[in-house]
Design a protein around this ligand. Structure first.
Ligand code: 13P
Length: 255
């Protein structure tokens, strides 16, 4: 069975108390999920609480962003060193909400990806087209451009794990989803491009789908050979719905 990754992006949701309650409820079912790489990405303010709860489980901790320096005059930012100190293993980089709402540039994204590798963290690098780009039939060129810009100048020789999430912007939080076929096509295009960087060693690369994932549609995505799991927003905020997604994904892979 292929390795399944299900990452919960909580975005700007949950206090420390809510984080603790959620993870305690989730942990009570941990035996059921120990063959799946489950990653929780709470807001920065809940990372310590999440680390306390996830410590001694199989589940991994992720952050939603970081800056590229270990320390310095970057008011309001969080460094890779600080994240590592809190037990963080994964970092979401280049999420469309950061690109399109908060004005993150591809130069910044590129520096963040360099720093992720330098600190031995695993990126969940988000790529995906906007509605206008999709309408114009330019999805593939936008994904390729985001990959080229994100990974420009990076030395992949010591890089063991890269996660890329294909998240079409028009599918995020809208209830609309790409089809399994769209995801397969995006995955093939990502893989072909990444092959050049990782010398064909595709075991280092995992590709996720993100955008209105729920238990009713996860099976369609993970059944595609090139899709290793999902980055889940809204439906990861309640334990029951996230657990439903993990169970449905595991079930789809058993078929
Ligand atoms: P939704 O699952 O709420 O559409 O969000 C997807 C996402 O942005 C995950 O990073």
């Amino acid at each position: 069975m292929k390795e399944l990754i299900l990452a919960a992006n909580w975005k700007m949701h949950k206090t420390n108390q809510e984080t603790r309650e959620y993870l305690r409820k989730f942990k009570a079912m941990q035996e059921e999920f120990n063959s799946t790489e489950v990653v929780f990405c709470p807001p920065f303010t809940s990372l310590r609480t999440a680390d306390e709860e996830l410590y001694s489980t199989f589940f991994k901790l992720g952050a939603q962003n970081m800056v590229w320096e270990s320390e310095g005059a970057y008011t309001g930012e969080i460094s890779p060193l600080m994240l590592k100190d809190l037990g963080v293993r994964y970092v979401i980089i280049g999420h469309s909400e950061r690109r399109w709402i908060l004005g993150e540039t591809h130069e910044q994204i590129n520096k963040k990806l360099q720093a992720v590798f330098e600190y031995n963290l695993i990126p969940i690098y988000c790529v995906g087209e906007t509605e206008e780009v999709r309408q114009a039939g330019e999805t593939e060129s936008m994904i390729l451009k985001q990959i080229e810009e994100g990974f420009q100048g990076i030395d992949f020789s010591g890089v063991k794990n890269i996660v890329i999430a294909y998240e079409p912007v028009w599918a995020i939080g809208t209830g609309l989803t790409a089809s399994g076929e769209d995801a397969r096509h995006a995955s093939a295009c990502i893989k072909e491009k990444m092959d050049n960087y990782i010398n064909g060693d595709v075991t280092r690369l995992k590709i996720l789908y993100g955008g209105s994932v729920k238990k009713e549609n996860i099976g369609e995505f993970v059944s595609e050979a090139g899709i290793h799991g999902a980055l889940v927003g809204g439906a990861s905020l309640q334990v029951d719905s996230f657990v439903g997604i993990i169970r449905a994904a595991q079930e789809a892979l058993r078929k």
